[in-house]
Design a protein around this ligand. Structure first.
Ligand code: GLC
Length: 719
């Protein structure tokens, strides 16, 4: 439709029909034609009438194309103006074929991986009638007590921005492509804003950030998504500056619309409009509807506030109908951008228009998983395993298919490849002794595991948390491995020291208590449907590990929240500290993480042989890095470049990631990498929230993790 046609359609709509477009419910409200649908939040009886139902703008949580077709057909038969429903779902890391969790995709340090995952999972989802996904989640996270770190790509705003852009491009394709290429779906970036900074790492808890911190660290990834053309933004459950995001006019208007330049649909999180009453910023649902709508929240997800009270707010003059019209036009524009007025079924009824072959999906899932697993320890080069070795695979996750992780939509655990199955598909001699329970093992099970360990050359011990322990509403005060798993590992190491530990988890865990018991350590996260095959590829060396930690792994609980890009403070703990107090440190534990952001090993290593760059820059700084491979095998590493602004108008991080790239160097050779930093890379948020780079000196760090060394300084001059 042309814009003028949308205006013409709007002019035909009654007030009730307009308001209906601003409401989203689960399919079960259309009980006569739909199943329960995915309930991802508290489902209250909303008291919606059938007449109101057939003014609705959107449905969330459908599972099959048949369901979507029936819902749309039935709805259009009842809709006076035949305005199609738009269907939305949480396609977070796959639809039915599940890819690694987003935290693992962040660990790939490779935006191309995220883009492919988004493109393929979006195509699989669109074939099931999904038009919009509630992804990417770009919340910056520094606290592994918060279970939703699983859905984030980590603690760094630069990495999160690269990933946000990649996800949006993968889902939506190029500008305008959504209207004709029905394999593409619209993206909804979330949760706006600051959700990952919940006090105590407790989900939904209060967030209190300075404007400077919000703009410097938490908004860049949202800006990246908006710049990439994301079609929707979802409000977060938390308060910010004392006001829940869903009713936060400063956040939704001044920040999102004016500063970030977003023009699309703002949708509340599940029931968040209704929860303004629970937050006690609205005395009832009518007040909640008024506050959310006037703050700039376009759509009300899973609450009856808008559909029950916006009409009266308009007729009593509290809310202007022109504002309703503007919101409805955002929704009609989204539907038009999706091509829904041209085809309300978006290709579901067109042979060959949609769908992706399962083997394509599973191959991509296996490759993405192998690129997302982080090798944290490899003493004595215990990995890769070699043909001819007898390998025992033991522990609570040895044969577990509970490796999809949260938000794995309609992914089937039964179709997931376990670690054991993956290794048994290799030419290794594998003895598998799984346990059924994650937390308790019978003496018989322990004896069997110990016997297998004693009889084999290497023991792979599979530990971790179940998929239900990370994700929404899964905060943990102690993000550790269960004591029973630690004890089991120590018993196994006592009978065979050749131990490799594989972890399945959705968050950084406290691992200090297992390090001495294992020579090899692989962070597999929740790797998805092909997890076992990917692990076999990594453990046998068919694929060398190339991933890096997207979050710092704490040495102790007391360090949390923890992040590499901390400020200097006026009394930093320096390497030459000789004791005597009066510095920023702990009496009883280290400052340093167990494993730093950006850390990850591979098979072999590269050396930074040389780093050259000019002493001054005005607009660009060409940097040449020479990497040498002293080994006998090709090595792929993730080159990382960090900058330290030596003096700023505000206190700035000790270092910030400004460039990353994958580099492969042939054995015995060197590669010269040419990269360019720009003046934008030197910019930071000033006290008055403007972003700019100041003339002055910068220190440049180069290497393969966030603790890499400095290679000199350069000066930014006025240019
Ligand atoms: C949930 C989550 C949000 C999700 C939404 C719809 O509560 O907070 O991330 O997209 O509801 O399922």
């Amino acid at each position: 439709m042309e814009k003028k046609e949308l205006f013409a359609l709007l002019s035909q709509m009654t007030l009730a029909e307009k308001i209906g477009q601003l409401v989203q419910l689960t399919p079960n409200f259309f009980a006569e034609v739909a199943a329960e649908g995915e309930i991802t939040g508290p489902l209250a009886e909303l008291g919606i009438t059938k007449e109101e139902l057939y003014t609705l703008g959107s449905v969330l949580g459908t599972h099959t194309k048949e369901e979507v077709y029936a819902l749309q057909k039935n709805y259009l038969a009842h809709s006076r103006l035949k305005i199609p429903l738009v269907f939305m779902a949480d396609v977070i890391h796959g639809y039915e074929t599940i890819f690694p969790i987003p935290l693992a995709l962040g660990a790939s340090f490779d935006p191309a991986v995220a883009e492919e995952v988004a493109s393929l999972s979006g195509a699989e989802a669109s074939a099931a009638g999904v038009h919009v996904t509630f992804s990417p989640m770009v919340d910056l996270v520094r606290d592994p007590r918060w279970g939703r770190v699983l859905e984030s790509t980590g603690e760094d705003s630069y990495l999160n921005s690269l990933m946000a852009t990649a996800f949006v491009k993968g889902y939506q394709g190029t500008a305008g492509e959504l209207a004709t290429n029905f394999r593409k779906i619209a993206a909804c970036v979330k949760h706006f804003a600051g959700y990952g900074a919940a006090e105590g790492g407790r989900d939904y808890n209060t967030v209190d950030l300075s404007d400077w911190n919000l703009y410097q660290n938490y908004l860049p990834a949202f800006q990246a998504a908006v710049t990439a053309g994301v079609k929707l933004v979802m409000t977060s459950f938390n308060v910010l500056k004392g006001i829940p995001s869903t009713a936060n006019k400063w956040l939704l208007q001044d920040v999102l619309r004016q500063d970030l330049g977003f023009e699309g649909v703002v949708i509340s999180d599940w029931g968040a409009v209704r929860e303004l009453v629970t937050h006690r910023v609205a005395e009832d649902l009518s007040a909640a509807a008024q506050r959310a709508f006037t703050a700039g929240c376009t759509m009300d997800m899973m609450s009856s506030a808008y559909i029950k009270y916006l009409g009266n707010l308009v007729t009593t003059g509290v809310v202007a109908e022109t504002d309703i019209d503007a919101a409805v036009l955002q929704v009609l524009t989204l539907k038009n951008d999706l091509g829904l007025f041209a085809d309300p079924y978006r290709g579901l009824t067109t042979a060959g228009a949609l769908g992706v072959k399962e083997e394509v999906l599973r191959k991509a899932s296996r490759q993405a998983a192998a690129k997302s697993m982080v090798l944290l320890k490899n003493d004595e080069d215990i990995l890769p395993l070699t043909t001819g070795q007898k390998v025992a695979v033991v522990g609570p996750f040895a044969a577990s298919q509970d490796i999809l992780g949260a938000w794995s939509w309609i992914g089937q655990k039964a179709a997931a490849v376990s670690l054991a199955a993956g290794l048994q598909a290799t030419d290794l001699a594998v003895t598998v002794v799984p346990t059924v329970d994650r937390l308790a093992y019978t003496p018989k099970e322990v004896d069997a595991m110990l016997a297998a360990a004693a009889a084999c050359d290497v023991v792979v011990v599979a530990l971790g948390e179940s998929a239900s322990e990370s994700g929404e509403a899964t905060s943990k005060g102690q993000p550790s491995l269960p004591a029973t798993q630690v004890a089991l590992l120590q018993k196994i190491a006592a009978v065979n020291e050749k131990v490799v530990t594989v972890l399945f988890n959705g968050r950084p865990l406290l691992l200090a208590d297992i390090l001495l018991a294992t020579k090899g350590l692989v962070e597999a996260f929740f790797p998805g449907s092909e997890g076992g095959h990917a692990l076999a590829d990594i453990l046998t060396g068919k694929v060398a590990p190339s991933a890096k930690l997207p979050m710092s792994y704490p040495a102790t609980l007391g360090q949390i929240p923890l992040h590499y890009d901390e400020l200097s403070t006026g009394r930093p703990l320096t390497e030459d500290y000789a004791g005597g107090g009066y510095v920023s440190f702990y009496l009883d534990q280290p400052n340093a993480p167990l494993f730093p952001f950006g850390y990850g090993l591979t098979y072999g290593q590269l050396e930074v042989a040389d780093v050259t760059f000019p002493a001054t820059m005005s607009h660009q700084l060409p940097v040449t890095v020479t990497l040498h491979n002293p080994g006998v095998k090709a090595v792929t590493e993730t080159l990382q470049v960090y900058l330290e602004d030596l003096v700023g108008e505000v206190a700035l991080p000790k270092r910030s990631l400004k460039h990353l790239q994958k580099v492969t160097v042939a054995p015995g050779t060197s590669e010269k990498i040419e990269l360019t930093l720009t003046k934008d890379d030197l910019a930071y948020v000033h006290a008055e929230l403007s972003t700019a780079a100041d003339p002055g000196d910068f220190k440049l760090y180069v290497g393969f993790d966030s603790q890499c060394p400095a290679y000199g300084t350069f000066r930014l001059v006025e240019g």
